[in-house]
Design a protein around this ligand. Structure first.
Ligand code: SDX
Length: 435
C-alpha cells in the first residue's frame, strides 16, 4: 500500500510579529530535509494570510511520491532515481511503483499487465462520441472530453473496491482514446487494441495499423515510446497535477479529476510546450533562420517569443529528463533513419543558450519538452498528438497524487484565499442617474 507522506515537526519554529501580536509557527521538514512553515494559525492568531501568485513559494501538500531537487537536477519516483528507472524499468512497472509505493513483484506485474490488457477496449458507443466531433479537433480537448465521458459509462467509479477498476480503466484506455482521436482526425477506421502486444506497441499499432495493411512494431521505437512514458509519469505538484488534486478535493470522481488535468496540461506553458518546440524548430529550419537570430528574439523583452522547451519553475539546472531524451534522440533517429536536421537545430540552440548571459543569469535550461518532440516526430507521431502522449505518460502520476490526497486523513476541499483590491462599498445607482 502507498506509504503515507512522513512529516516530522521539528523543534524549529519561526516567530511572526504583526500589529503588536506574535505567533510561533512550526517549521516542518520532509524526508529530504526540505523545510516549510506551517501557517495554519497565521490567520486565526494574527489575521494574516500569505500571498504567492503562481504558488512559486507555497507548498500545497506533503507527498511521498516524487522528489525533485531543482538545483541539483534530481528527480526520483518513490526514491528511485529517474536515470535508473529510465534504463532498467518499464512504464507499467513505474505505474505500479507510483500508485502502490513499491516496485512490483513478478506476480503483481503479471496481474497488472493482464488487467490493463483486458481493459483497453472502449464502449462501442464511443464511435458515435468521436463521430460527433470535428475532424480537425485537437486531440487534447478530445481526450479531456472522452476521459470525462468515461464517468457516464462507469457511474460508481469510487465505491469501495471499484476505485481499483477505475485506476486500471484509466491506465488501459488512455492509449485507446488517444489513438481514436488520431484516427478520427485522419478519417481512418479505429483499430481495436490487441491483447498480444505490450503497452507501447499496442498504442503504436492502434495509431498506425489499418484494416488494409499490417503494421509491424519496431521494438526500438516501442522502447523509445515506453521510455518517454516513464519520463513523463509524474513530476510532483506541477500545474496539471495540482489541478487534479484540487478538483479531486471537492470529491469529484477520478475520471472528472483526470479530465481537468488533461485540460491544464494542454497549456503551451506546460505540456503544450512539446508541440511548440517542434513548431519552433521547423520555423527555424524552414525560414533558413539561424539559432542566433532566434535566441535574440527570445531574449528581447519587447518580443513575446520564448525559447520553448527551456526554463522551469523548479529546475534551475539541467532537467534530468532532458538529458536522457537528448541521448535517446540520436539512437532513435539513427535506427529509424529520420532527418537529424531538427535535432541539430535544437542542439545548436542549447549550446548557444547555455553560454548566453540572458539564459545563464536566469538559470534557464532545457526541460523535458525540449527534446521529446524530436523523438516523437522521428517515430512518426503527428505534432498535434505530442501533448496527448504527455497526458498518457502523466496519467499514473495524476492517479497516484489523487489517491494520496484522498487517503490523507486531514484532506479537505482546496479553497485558497485572496487579497481583495476592488471597489469598496458603494450604493446602487439607478439607470436614469448613471453618467
Ligand atoms: C513542463 O512544473 C512542472 O514540473 C512542469 C513539467 C512537468 O513535468 O509537469 O516539467 C512540464 O511544463 C515543462 C515546462 C514547459 N514550458 C516551456 O518550455 C515554455 C517555455 N518556458 C517558460 O515559459 C517558463 O520557463 C516556465 C513557464 C516553464 C517557467 O516559468 P516561471 O518559473 O514562471 O519563470 P518566469 O516566466 O517568471 O521566467 C523568469 C524569467 C523571465 O524573464 P525576466 O522577467 O526575469 O526578464 O526568465 C524568462 C522570463 O521572461 N524566461 C524565458 C523563458 N523562460 C523564462 N525567456 C525566454 N525563453 C524562455 N523559455
Amino acid at each position: 500500500m502507498a506509504t503515507q507522506s512522513s512529516v516530522k515537526a521539528v523543534m524549529d519554529n519561526v516567530e511572526v510579529t504583526f500589529g503588536g501580536r506574535s505567533v510561533r509557527l512550526p517549521v516542518v521538514r520532509g524526508s529530504e530535509g526540505e523545510a516549510a512553515i506551517d501557517i495554519g494559525r497565521l490567520r486565526s492568531d494574527l489575521g494574516l494570510i500569505t500571498l504567492d501568485p503562481g504558488y512559486a513559494n507555497t507548498g500545497s501538500c506533503t507527498s511521498a511520491i516524487t522528489f525533485i531537487d531543482g538545483d541539483r537536477g534530481i528527480l526520483r519516483y518513490r526514491g528511485y532515481p529517474i536515470e535508473q528507472l529510465a534504463e532498467k524499468s518499464s512504464f507499467l512497472e513505474v505505474v505500479w511503483l507510483l500508485i502502490h509505493g513499491e516496485l512490483p513483484s513478478a506476480a503483481q506485474m503479471k496481474e497488472l499487465k493482464a488487467q490493463v490488457t483486458h481493459h483497453t477496449m472502449l464502449h462501442e458507443n464511443f464511435r458515435r462520441f468521436f463521430a460527433a466531433l470535428p475532424k480537425d479537433a485537437h486531440p487534447m480537448p478530445v481526450c479531456a472530453a472522452a476521459v470525462g465521458a468515461l464517468a457516464t459509462f462507469y457511474q460508481e467509479p469510487e465505491s469501495e473496491g471499484l476505485i481499483h477498476d477505475t485506476v486500471i480503466r484509466l491506465i488501459a484506455k488512455m492509449p485507446s482514446i488517444a489513438a481514436c482521436s488520431y484516427k478520427h482526425s485522419i478519417g481512418q477506421p479505429f483499430m481495436y487494441p490487441r491483447n498480444d502486444l505490450d503497452y507501447a506497441s499496442n498504442f503504436l499499432y492502434m495509431m498506425f495499423a489499418t484494416p488494409c495493411e499490417e503494421y509491424e512494431v519496431d521494438p526500438v521505437v516501442a522502447r523509445a515510446l515506453d521510455l518517454l512514458l516513464i519520463l513523463h509519469a509524474d513530476h510532483e505538484q506541477n500545474c496539471s497535477t495540482s489541478t487534479v488534486r484540487l478538483v479531486g478535493s471537492s470529491r469529484a470522481n477520478l475520471f472528472a479529476s483526470i479530465s481537468a488535468g488533461i485540460s491544464a496540461l494542454w497549456g503551451p506553458l506546460h505540456g503544450g510546450a512539446n508541440q511548440q518546440v517542434i513548431e519552433m524548430l521547423e520555423r527555424i529550419a524552414a525560414e533558413e533562420g539561424t539559432a542566433e537570430r532566434f535566441l535574440a528574439r527570445a531574449k528581447d523583452t519587447n518580443d513575446t517569443t520564448r525559447l520553448m522547451g527551456f526554463g522551469h519553475r523548479v529546475y534551475k539546472s539541467y532537467d534530468p529528463r532532458a538529458a536522457i531524451l537528448k541521448r535517446t534522440c540520436t539512437e532513435v533517429i539513427n535506427r529509424v533513419g529520420g532527418s537529424s536536421r531538427l535535432l541539430e537545430i535544437a542542439m545548436s540552440l542549447e549550446e548557444l543558450a547555455l553560454k548566453d548571459e540572458y539564459f545563464v543569469s536566469r538559470r534557464l535550461y532545457p526541460n523535458v519538452d525540449f527534446y521529446s518532440g524530436v523523438i516523437y516526430k522521428a517515430i512518426g507521431i503527428p505534432v498535434n498528438m505530442f501533448t496527448a502522449l504527455f497526458a498518457m505518460g502523466r496519467t499514473p502520476g495524476w492517479i497516484a497524487q489523487w489517491l494520496e490526497m484522498r487517503r490523507e486523513p486531514s484532506s479537505k476541499i482546496g479553497r485558497p484565499r485572496q487579497i481583495y483590491t476592488g471597489a469598496t462599498e458603494r450604493p446602487y445607482v439607478p439607470m436614469e442617474r448613471r453618467g
